[in-house]
Design a protein around this ligand. Structure first.
Ligand code: URA
Length: 213
C-alpha cells in the first residue's frame, strides 16, 4: 500500500477551516467539495488513458482520453457522499457505485449493509471515497469487496488519516495482489479511545449532514 499525503498550501488552508469546530455545515460541505477536487487531481495521476487521433483547427495530432472501462467512483455511505461531487468534477465520465459499510461494535468487523455496484469489476480502476481513515477496518473491508468483484487497481481518497488506521489498513490488505494507494490531506497524530482522529475534525458525517443518532 502506498500512502500519499498531499502537501500543498491550499489543501492545508482548506483543511484548517474544516477542522475548526466553529465551521458550520454549509461551509463544511463546500470546503469538503473543494478539498476533494484538489486531492482527486493527485489521486488520478495514474488514471488509465488511451491514445486518440484528433484534428485541431491547425492539423491532425494525437492526444489521450480516459480508457475503457471507465473508472468507478465508490463513495462509502454516509460520509463519503459528501465527497462525490468534488470527485466527479474531475472525472465526469466515471461511473458511480455505492457501498454502505457498518461496523459490528462487539466483533469490530466491518460488513456491507448496502451495495449498488456491477457484479463484475474486472479491469476497473476504483476510487473509494471515505473521509476518515480512522481504524482502517471499513476501508480494508471495502477494498476487499471491490477486489473480490475483480477491481485491479484501487485508490482511496480520505480527508484525514490516523497512523493507526494506515497501519491497520496495510495489515488488513496483506496478501492482496492489487495495488492500493491512499491519498489524504494529512496524516494526523493518533486515534483517541473513542476512535476519533486527533486533532481530526470530529464526526465527518455529522459535520456534513447533522447528527444522525
Ligand atoms: N470517523 C469520523 O467521522 N471521525 C473520526 O475522527 C473518526 C472516524
Amino acid at each position: 500500500m502506498r500512502l500519499h499525503v498531499v502537501n500543498h498550501p491550499l489543501v492545508s488552508h482548506k483543511l484548517t477551516v474544516l477542522r475548526d469546530a466553529r465551521t458550520d455545515s454549509p461551509t463544511f460541505r463546500r470546503l469538503t467539495d473543494e478539498l476533494v477536487t484538489l486531492l482527486a487531481y493527485e489521486a488520478t495521476r495514474e488514471v488509465r488513458v488511451e491514445s486518440v487521433d484528433i484534428t485541431t483547427p491547425v492539423c491532425p495530432t494525437t492526444g489521450v482520453r480516459l480508457a475503457s472501462p471507465k473508472p468507478m467512483v465508490v463513495p462509502i455511505l454516509r460520509a463519503g457522499l459528501g465527497m462525490l461531487d468534488g470527485m466527479m468534477r474531475l472525472l465526469p465520465t466515471a461511473e458511480v457505485g455505492f457501498l454502505g459499510m457498518v461496523r459490528n461494535e462487539e466483533t469490530l468487523e466491518a460488513s456491507t449493509y448496502a451495495e449498488r455496484l456491477p457484479e463484475d469489476l474486472s479491469g476497473r480502476q476504483c476510487y473509494v471515497l471515505d473521509p476518515m481513515l480512522a481504524t482502517g477496518g471499513t476501508l480494508a473491508a471495502a477494498i476487499r469487496f471491490l477486489t473480490h468483484r475483480g477491481a485491479d487497481d484501487i485508490t482511496a481518497i480520505c480527508l484525514l488519516a490516523a497512523p493507526e488506521g494506515a497501519e491497520n489498513l496495510e495489515k488488513g490488505l496483506e496478501g492482496l495482489d492489487v495495488p492500493v494507494t491512499v491519498v489524504t490531506a494529512a496524516l494526523d497524530e493518533k486515534l483517541n479511545d473513542k476512535g476519533y482522529i486527533v486533532p481530526g475534525l470530529g464526526d465527518a458525517g455529522d459535520r456534513l449532514y447533522g447528527v444522525a443518532h
